[in-house]
Design a protein around this ligand. Structure first.
Ligand code: ZN
Length: 292
């Protein structure tokens, strides 16, 4: 297992972590500059932040600073109620693949979606099994397009508390079942993003990481689970402030040969987004050394 205690060479910042500084939106251009100044070598940007700044602008800035990407957030949201909705998701996901390729991302992260309309508080139906079928079909179709663009797809299982509205793939086992069905030869272009926040509780976690193996471990996301958690989406903790044994999970992932970045992904309305982004980045660097 790699020693992270002496440097932050393998730290990546998911740009949502500092999307706000002192409660104010921070443009992606400024986030990139702030990371580069601190010797952070990698980021994982969000599509809305890229769109706001312009894809060309961000692509040039990333290359000018010699930054790597540890992923691109995000594609997915496959289920829909009608053909037009499915087509819209298909088109949008293809654009996401193209953007990820332009930015030089190693993978496009997929948050797969769940019951259509649930995110807006108006679920169209209750058939989660059907949503999962649409997700499987959506990934199958996108995979063909992504392969032509040489862009691996990383399915991110989300904690079951999001099963209704954000992702109906909730465990590593489910995600890997889809991978094995759609990519039985393990070509390395379909896999998973292991986010400790979503999967730390799973009694099968270690076994499923071993099942995934090097070919399917495409991204590793870290933050911490606070007790109590006061918000289901935006109360993620800094590494070391909660109950997740992050080094143990990183050990399992690295035992399979994963040697990529540890991507810090923290949504925190009440705490970190209220602080100065520079202080948040400093904390990420410090905790990457001491708690990851
Ligand atoms: Zn994540």
């Amino acid at each position: 297992m790699r020693d992270f205690s002496q440097d932050h060479d393998w730290l990546s910042i998911n740009t949502a972590t500092v999307r706000k500084s002192r409660g104010q939106e921070l443009p992606l251009t400024e986030i990139i500059e702030a990371c580069a100044r601190r010797g952070i070598r990698a980021i994982s940007p969000w599509r809305d932040q890229v769109a706001a700044a312009g894809l060309g602008t961000i692509s040039r800035l990333v290359k000018a600073h010699g930054l790597a990407l540890s992923g691109y957030c995000r594609g997915g949201m496959f289920p829909a109620t009608d053909a037009a909705g499915l087509q819209a998701a298909r088109d949008d996901n293809r654009r996401a693949v193209d953007e990820a390729a332009e930015l030089g991302a190693p993978c496009l992260v997929l948050v797969v979606g769940a019951l259509p309309g649930a995110l807006q508080g108006k679920p169209a139906h209750k058939d989660l099994a059907f949503a999962r079928t649409q997700v499987r079909d959506g990934i199958a179709e996108l995979l063909e397009y992504a392969r032509q663009a040489n862009m691996p797809l990383a399915i991110e299982p989300l904690h079951p508390m999001y099963a209704a509205d954000r992702a109906c793939i909730n465990t590593m086992e489910q995600a890997l079942d889809v991978c094995d069905e759609l990519d039985p030869s393990r070509k390395g272009d379909l896999g998973v993003a292991v986010d400790v926040y979503h999967v730390w509780w799973d009694p099968k976690l270690r076994a499923q990481i071993e099942r995934a193996g090097r070919e399917r471990l495409l991204a590793f996301h870290v933050c911490d689970w606070l007790t109590p958690t006061t918000d289901l989406l935006n109360d993620r903790g800094m590494m070391g402030d909660g109950v997740i044994d992050i080094p143990r999970i990183r050990g399992w992932v690295e035992a399979q040969g994963f040697a990529g970045y540890s991507e810090v992904e923290i949504f925190s309305t009440g705490n970190w987004w209220q602080r100065d982004a520079g202080d948040t980045l400093a904390a990420c660097i410090e905790r990457h050394r001491s708690a990851v």
